[in-house]
Design a protein around this ligand. Structure first.
Ligand code: PMP
Length: 376
């Protein structure tokens, strides 16, 4: 059988990783500023992470959700503590799409309404409702099309107010910083407006934190910058540092009834061990502060480049908008300087490194970036 190539594949075979570096089969070292699309949160093969997963695997890899699983409770307690949402309830799943799917469904169970507000530029996943609220017609199959999703222009407060007028909105789903959409930061006033409209109309505020959450911006949820609490936070990516796990964190105002939520693999012992190890490292090594400091330094330095159109983002979620003449910058960073970065259309370089990136790594990137821009 031939493998279906999901994405255009670079002809590089990565076989090893350590911290912020990965290595190919020829032994070449690369600086990883992409983290497999914001997945590597505490660095590759972190010793504490490896040990915790190894110990768990020796003890018990999996048993069904029909029994008590103490490590799930431990994870809920730790996540509540690190995220500052101790009174929320945790439901564990396997991916970002599954988290959003469950959040949208739970909102509708809660208020009995059907309409969902989403935004231009949004990406929320590829399952049925998740893809319907995503702004990419090319990936929405006819079976996923629905009149219940209202797509509003990003940041448009007037359109938002108008959409609420008929009082039929079940939920609003929004990334605090759009990732796939090119690192677009939601203005604080916009998030506050969503909060107050949701309160007035008994709608559910869903904060998609799959890419912008888990400490990446220097706060646990990027929506925290606006000083608002969401009703449901969805997360995945950095949560397991590469082990598939996602979750929804549910505010006390929503109390799911038995049977509304369920999964076979979600919250399995190994996934919980991975997620706990990540939180322990985030806490012990003060990684929120590191993301804020090293990310802030990178953003400030990048703003000094006269060739750059715009630098967007917070902490270690950074978008560098470049004019079309620098279309080769990402490739040059990879093939000439051995640095992995991400991209977004039309010509945005995305940095989503591990949260323990050092200032020395940041300087290495800045030097390579200077070289790339000067040699186009
Ligand atoms: N939400 C956001 C903001 C994302 O960036 C992504 C993945 N790029 C998803 C949801 C979907 O996550 P997954 O691929 O784990 O289903």
């Amino acid at each position: 059988m031939k493998l279906f190539d999901v994405y255009p594949i670079n002809n590089i075979n990565i076989v090893k990783g350590q911290g912020s570096h990965v290595y190919d089969d020829k032994g070449q070292e690369y600086l990883d500023l992409y983290g497999g699309h914001a997945v590597i949160s505490i660095g590759h093969t972190h010793p504490h992470y490896v040990k915790r997963l190894e110990d768990q695997l020796h003890q018990l890899g999996f048993y069904s959700n029909s029994i008590e699983i103490p490590i799930q409770k431990q994870l809920a307690e730790k996540l509540g503590h690190v995220s500052g949402k101790e009174d929320y309830q945790l439901f564990l799943v396997n991916s970002g799409a599954e988290a959003n799917e469950n959040a949208l469904k739970l909102a509708s169970f809660y208020n009995g309404k059907k309409k969902i507000i989403a935004f231009t530029g949004a990406f929320h996943g590829r399952t049925s409702l998740a893809v319907a609220v995503t702004d990419n017609p090319k990936i929405i199959a006819p079976v996923n099309e629905t009149d219940d999703v209202i797509k509003l222009p990003w940041k448009d407060e007037a359109a938002l107010e108008q959409a609420f007028a008929d009082n039929e909105i079940s939920s609003v789903i929004i990334e605090g910083i759009q990732g796939v959409g090119g690192i677009q930061v939601a203005p604080e006033s916009f998030l506050q407006k969503i909060r107050s409209l949701c309160d007035t109309h008994n709608a559910v505020f869903i904060a998609d934190s799959v890419q912008c959450g888990y400490g990446r911006t220097g706060k646990f949820y990027s929506h925290d910058f606006a000083g608002v609490d969401a009703d449901i936070y969805t997360m995945a990516k950095g949560m397991g540092n590469g082990f598939p796990i996602g979750a929804i964190s549910i505010s006390p105002k929503i109390q799911p009834a038995y049977g509304m939520l369920g999964t076979t693999f979600g919250g399995n012992h190994l996934a919980c061990a991975a997620a706990l190890a990540v939180l322990e490292v985030i806490e012990q090594d003060n990684l929120l502060q590191n993301a804020a400091e090293v990310g802030g330094y990178l953003i400030d330095e990048l703003k000094k480049f006269k060739q750059v159109t715009e630098v967007r983002g917070r902490g270690l979620m950074i978008g560098i908008d470049l004019p079309a003449e620098y279309a080769n910058a990402k490739k040059d960073l990879l093939f000439k300087h051995h640095i992995f970065t991400g991209e977004a259309k039309p010509n945005v370089i995305r940095l989503l490194p591990a949260l323990n990136l050092t200032k020395a790594h940041a300087d290495q990137f800045l030097e390579a970036f200077t070289n790339v821009l000067n040699n186009q």
